[in-house]
Design a protein around this ligand. Structure first.
Ligand code: DGL
Length: 269
């Protein structure tokens, strides 16, 4: 039985989900947050759906052992493949990041607009964005581009480098040529490379699901009357491997606000 004091569980394949966690904390500062970043096994974007589902189940099991009242899958690749498998494991609400991004697009863009979609290879191949757009009866045209080199660049701290610019141009020039006015950042790592994208392509309006996901979570908790109202809250971060880039981003996003930051093992072996 979920109580108001239970935490929100959030996970990603690595550090990208912290972009979503930051928005959740901004919008819902009283909520206790438990985050798991699978830093030992990132990236998920080039793995098979079976593997992504297995990893997502293991992380869900871990989060469920931490008294949570909702799960946010702050990873587009896991949201593309594993939402149903996660929902089979629990009755608490499970939110992905794709639906909020599509909602943001359909609210902002005219019906015939062209939107570029950049994401991991897995997310693009899953067709999850197109399916969600159809389900929501959105009529915008999506032009997609897999960007497998962006996550390693970001994880290695190269988001603002000359190398990143060359690679971004290779990926994004075709989207610009196809007349895209919007660009969906279909990977939770990509807000970290957004400054370089904005510099190179000021014509794109960027769609980032973090804010919309936090908003949807707030609506959901309110609807179920499980919002937490106490002032002080806890942020706990767990990783499968302690990496420098995770430590740096934690300090940048949550300076002094993290109560626990440690390596956690997912299985008993
Ligand atoms: N954060 C993941 C996503 O949103 C991308 C990183 C990865 O490939 O694991 O898809």
């Amino acid at each position: 039985m979920a109580t108001n004091d239970n935490s929100i569980g959030v996970f990603d394949s690595g550090l990208g989900g912290l972009t979503v966690l930051r928005e959740i904390h901004k919008r819902l500062p009283h909520e206790n947050l438990v985050y798991f970043g699978d830093t030992a096994r990132v990236p998920y974007g080039n793995k098979s759906s079976e593997t992504i589902i297995r990893y997502s189940r293991e992380i869900t099991q871990f989060l469920l052992s931490h008294n949570i009242k909702a799960i946010v899958v702050a990873c587009n690749t896991a949201s593309s493949f594993a939402l149903d498998a996660i929902r089979e494991m629990t009755a608490i609400p499970v939110l992905g990041v794709i639906e909020p991004a599509i909602r943001s697009l359909t609210q902002k863009a005219k019906s015939q607009s062209v939107a570029g979609l950049i994401a991991t290879r897995g997310t693009i191949q899953s067709g999850a964005y197109e399916k969600t757009l159809n389900l929501k009866r959105g009529t915008q045209k999506l032009v997609s581009q897999a960007c497998p080199l962006l996550v390693p660049l970001i994880e290695e701290g190269y988001a603002d480098s000359a190398a990143a610019e060359i690679i971004l141009k290779d990926y994004l020039d075709p989207l610009s040529v196809s007349g895209a006015e919007y660009l969906i950042l279909g990977c939770t790592h990509y807000p970290l490379i957004a400054p370089a994208i904005k510099r190179l392509y000021p014509q794109f309006t960027l769609i980032d699901s973090a804010e919309e996901t936090a908003l949807e979570l707030a609506r959901l908790l309110e609807e179920r009357q499980i919002l937490r109202e106490k002032v002080e809250s806890r942020i706990e971060l767990f990783v499968s491997d302690m990496t420098k880039s995770m430590q740096n981003l934690k300090d940048l996003f949550f300076a002094g606000r993290v109560d626990r930051f440690e390596v956690a093992r997912l299985t008993d072996d």
